[in-house]
Design a protein around this ligand. Structure first.
Ligand code: ZN
Length: 507
């Protein structure tokens, strides 16, 4: 019987963000399933939109025996603590080492993890896994579309396979694709040649969305380029908020021959760099965005939906900035709702006061983002929730959510979802669980950049993007980069990064 060790460890690290990811954050999971060990993993990883769940389903259909180690993820944030990384990776690597004879290893990784002690978290995980299995056992990993892929990751894995959608509605599909590639490796005993190309400019996440051009067309062409000669080809636009040498977009190809892999990687890289001018679009100020949305809402039959893109907890924000809420109230928005503001203290105060009560709070604004502060106002508590519900939309794909004690607070005709745990507002259920019907609102402001579009585009009249203070600048050129590759353009057609000469500053 084919025996395969499996594990998952997911984190997207914004090195400029305010809060680190601790071991407890991985135990809870944020928007991911909570940490699972050994056989429990295979109970959790069922029929949900996660890479490991798709792999498990395909592996069982193939009749493979799985040896589970550990699976966990945490909300994107600043660095993973050394303690969290070492405890989780030890469990994963010990599990692989003690699994007995193995035919392969599959890992569900993100690809943009930076820890307190390592710039390239996944490069280190794959190196340690390779060390215990030796050079002959296939090692395959699925990656997020936001992976900042490094030469070390490519070196230690037999194949890396990235998602192709943003919103990531194909996480489980990518696990299935990994199983297909692994079946090829096991069936032929052949190793594919690898080609890896890093691209010369950072791509802001708003323009990575695969519902829009140019990214949509790039992935359609990518899929058409796969063949018997090049069975697996990936484009990872990268996560442009991790300050290290290998931050940025890349392509990676696996071919029957080196020439096959090189030709596919070069062709795909040229296709993407040829679109440099097209990774661009309109970003509104909070006031301009709210006023424009209210104007559109006068004749709209469905909600105008604003992405509060810079406080996206899916990109390292704390989901607690108040700039968009202030703009809604300041402009007297009506039938407006926003969420989710992560603020356990305010949620607790609302629960203590009870439904119908009036509470004066310093809401949100606790992460210390420059230009932001707690919003001191009086709110009506409209509804309370224990925060437990299912998110059935295509992004979370039926995952059990745990937002902790939560409330709907109202100020004027603006309703605010307040929670005690952080997760990206990417499902209509994240309004409904506190009694807000999103389809009945004129204006919705979602703390998300792109993932919300999977569940909200079908109910939206129009989508707008606003830049209120937050940890994930919409303009990648505005970040204080210090460690990028010399010469990479810090946005499409932007200036090239040049390292500051630090040798002089000490003199
Ligand atoms: Zn992602």
């Amino acid at each position: 019987m084919t025996r395969i060790a499996v594990g998952g460890f997911l984190h997207e690290t914004n090195t400029f963000a305010p809060t680190k990811a601790t071991y407890d954050d991985f135990v809870h999971g944020g928007g991911w399933p909570s940490m699972a060990h050994g056989a429990d993993m295979l109970k959790v990883m069922r029929k949900i939109n996660v890479g490991l769940a798709g792999f498990v389903e395909a592996a069982e259909a193939n009749g493979w025996e799985l040896i589970p180690t550990i699976s966990c993820g945490a909300s994107p944030s600043a660095h993973v603590t050394e303690d969290a990384f070492e405890r989780i990776v030890k469990k994963m690597i010990d599990g692989i080492a003690s699994a007995g004879p193995l035919d392969a290893v599959y890992l569900d990784l993100h690809g943009a993890m930076v820890t307190e002690h390592l710039d390239d978290g996944e490069g280190e995980i794959l190196a340690r896994a390779r060390k215990v299995i030796g050079k002959d056992v296939p090692l395959v990993a699925s990656l997020d579309l936001h992976a900042n892929v490094t030469p070390e990751m490519v070196e230690h894995a037999d194949a890396l396979i990235a998602y192709r959608t943003y919103p990531h509605v194909d996480m489980a599909d990518t696990g299935r694709a990994s199983a297909r590639h692994l079946a090829l490796l096991l069936g032929t005993r052949q190793r594919f040649a690898k080609a890896f190309r890093q691209l010369p400019f950072l791509i802001p996440i708003s323009w990575q969305c695969t519902n829009d051009q140019p990214t949509r067309g790039i992935y359609e062409k990518l899929a058409a380029m796969e063949s018997d000669a090049v069975p697996t080809l990936s484009f990872a636009p990268g996560f442009p908020a991790a300050d290290f040498e290998h931050c940025g977009p890349s392509v990676f190809a696996y071919g029957r021959t080196q020439a096959d892999a090189d030709a596919a990687a070069d062709k795909l890289a040229a296709l993407i760099t040829g679109h440099e001018d097209d990774f661009d679009g309109r970003i509104y100020s909070p006031d301009d965005g709210v006023r424009h949305a209210m104007e559109l809402a006068k004749t709209a039959t469905r909600p105008i939906i604003i992405a509060d893109t810079q406080d996206n907890p899916g990109a390292g924000g704390d989901s607690d900035t108040t700039g968009m809420l202030r703009a809604l109230v300041r402009n007297n928005a009506t039938r407006a709702a926003t969420g989710v503001i992560y603020d356990p203290q305010s949620a607790k105060a609302a629960h203590a006061a009870g439904v119908g009560a009036t509470v004066t709070l310093a809401l949100g604004g606790k992460s210390g983002i420059p230009g932001d502060a707690p919003y001191k106002e009086t709110f009506v508590v409209e509804q309370l929730s224990d925060g437990k519900f299912v998110a059935p939309g295509p992004y979370y794909g039926g995952r059990d959510m745990d937002m902790g004690p939560s409330a709907c607070l109202r100020i004027g005709d603006v309703r605010v979802v307040v929670s005690s745990h952080k997760a990206q507002l990417a499902d209509q259920a994240m309004y409904r669980y506190v009694g807000i019907e999103p389809t009945k609102q004129a204006v919705l402001v979602n703390k998300s950049s792109v993932h919300f579009r999977a569940d909200f585009e079908p109910i939206a009249e129009k989508l707008l993007i606003c830049a209120a203070p937050g940890a994930m600048p919409a303009d990648t050129a505005s970040l204080p980069w210090t460690k990028l590759r010399p010469g990479i353009r810090i946005k499409p057609n932007g200036p090239a990064f040049a390292p500051v000469n630090t040798s002089r500053s000490t003199g």
